[in-house]
Design a protein around this ligand. Structure first.
Ligand SMILES: [Zn+2]
Length: 106
């Protein structure tokens, strides 16, 4: 189980994915959040991630990163979003299930 070494490593991964998915992200922030893994603002190109993710295995971070980046282009969890998730992450539903187990407040 690989873990993140630092915030910088996590942010670097976000930038890598953003490049791959072709999303223009301006600001990446990692904060303590109570009931979300991440949130984004399309207009200001801002992405905020829950600091809890840094304590988890990298795969789960990847899941949340790709999930949010895809929302810049696809605002829902419909067919297109699902097929893109699968293309980038493979069995993303397994990761989603793992993450949901860790979730405290939803
Ligand atoms: Zn979503």
């Amino acid at each position: 189980m690989k873990k993140w070494q630092s915030k910088e490593e996590f942010k670097a991964r976000v930038r890598e994915w953003a490049k791959k998915i072709d999303v223009d992200v301006r600001v990446i922030s990692i904060r303590v959040m109570k009931n979300k893994w991440a949130s984004f603002a399309v207009g200001s190109r801002l992405l905020i991630f829950n600091a809890e993710l840094l304590k988890m295995e990298k795969q789960l971070g990847d899941y949340v990163i790709v999930h949010e980046l895809l929302h810049f282009a696809v605002p829902n969890h419909g067919r297109l979003w699902k097929s893109l998730m699968r293309a980038h992450l493979g069995d993303y539903e397994m990761l989603e299930a793992k993450l949901n187990k860790k979730s405290l407040s939803r």
